[in-house]
Design a protein around this ligand. Structure first.
Ligand code: FES
Length: 166
């Protein structure tokens, strides 16, 4: 196993090998990156380099695809994931203020993770719970209606749960 193969999950290496003989191996690039992110939570430069080398695709093309699609993460995900719904119902009910408050409290923008690795912040379009608008989803649990004044309390709840004895 070379260092590029070692940087990727075995199933991804096998997937790339299967596609390498096909006429346009780059057509499987997005599917390959999806698999890497599913296994690792994000795409590191080392992994993107390995994909480029093994699939024989220029690294610039790999990083170009990874940065073009918002779905791909280039930094590790935090311990807790917060989704802010920016769908129409939530927007009308003031989700923008919640988003601004969370960004200020966490010191990050959408798509980023706090320096301590505790929180990642993402935006999303309609969580299917418009009746509770405006909503946030914290670690898969929907909260709503949430006001900007509730965000600090929610963050505090999550942090306190971490510190509680098991
Ligand atoms: S628009 Fe936010 S849950 Fe539907």
């Amino acid at each position: 196993m070379n260092r590029y193969e070692a940087a990727l999950p075995p199933q991804v290496v096998a997937f790339i090998r299967r596609n390498r003989g096909l006429p346009h191996p780059e057509s499987q690039l997005i599917a390959t990156l999806h698999q890497v992110q599913a296994a690792s939570g994000y795409l590191s430069l080392e992994q993107m380099t390995a994909v480029a080398q093994l699939a024989q695709i220029p690294l610039a093309q790999v990083t170009g695809v990874a940065t073009f699609y918002h779905y791909f993460r280039l930094t590790p995900r935090g311990r807790h994931l917060i989704h802010v719904c920016l769908g129409t119902a939530c927007y009308v009910k003031g989700t923008e203020q919640n988003a601004q408050r969370l960004m200020a409290e966490l010191g990050i923008q959408f798509g980023e993770t706090t320096k301590d690795g505790q929180f990642s912040l993402e935006s999303t379009r309609c969580l299917g719970t418009c009746g509770l608008a405006p909503v946030l989803m914290v670690d898969g649990q929907v909260h709503g209606p949430v006001t900007a004044g509730d965000t600090a309390r929610l963050l505090d709840q999550v942090t306190r749960k971490d510190k509680a004895p098991a």
